[in-house]
Design a protein. Structure first.
Length: 101
């Protein structure tokens, strides 16, 4: 008799779990700005907006900007070198916000 009651309770719990799972609607509204990598043209590092240069100085204090590129959407591709010898590429908009590529 105990097994029958336990089986009934477990069945009920299983049905409730699947019913609740189907009723749950999760919406993820995340905006990612994506730039077309092919459209960048090289510019002089001195032509970078002050906000972009300030963002590099703030977030990468040991980095130097080796090359800078700009696209038609006013987004910037920066090739950086760190004092420890490592290097990398970062992307930013004209306001100095980092963009994921």
């Amino acid at each position: 008799m105990k097994k029958l009651i336990l089986a009934t309770v477990l069945s009920f719990v299983g049905f409730m779990a699947t019913a609740q799972e189907a009723a749950t609607d999760v919406q993820n509204e995340e905006t990612i700005v994506v730039a077309d990598v092919q459209d960048f043209e090289e510019i002089s590092v001195s032509d970078l907006p002050e906000a972009v240069a300030a963002a590099v100085a703030k977030d990468y204090p040991t980095a130097s900007i080796d090359k800078a590129y700009k696209n038609a959407s006013n987004q910037f591709k920066l090739e950086l070198s760190l004092t420890d010898g490592s290097s990398g590429t970062v992307y930013a908009d004209a306001e100095g916000n980092w963009i994921e590529m």
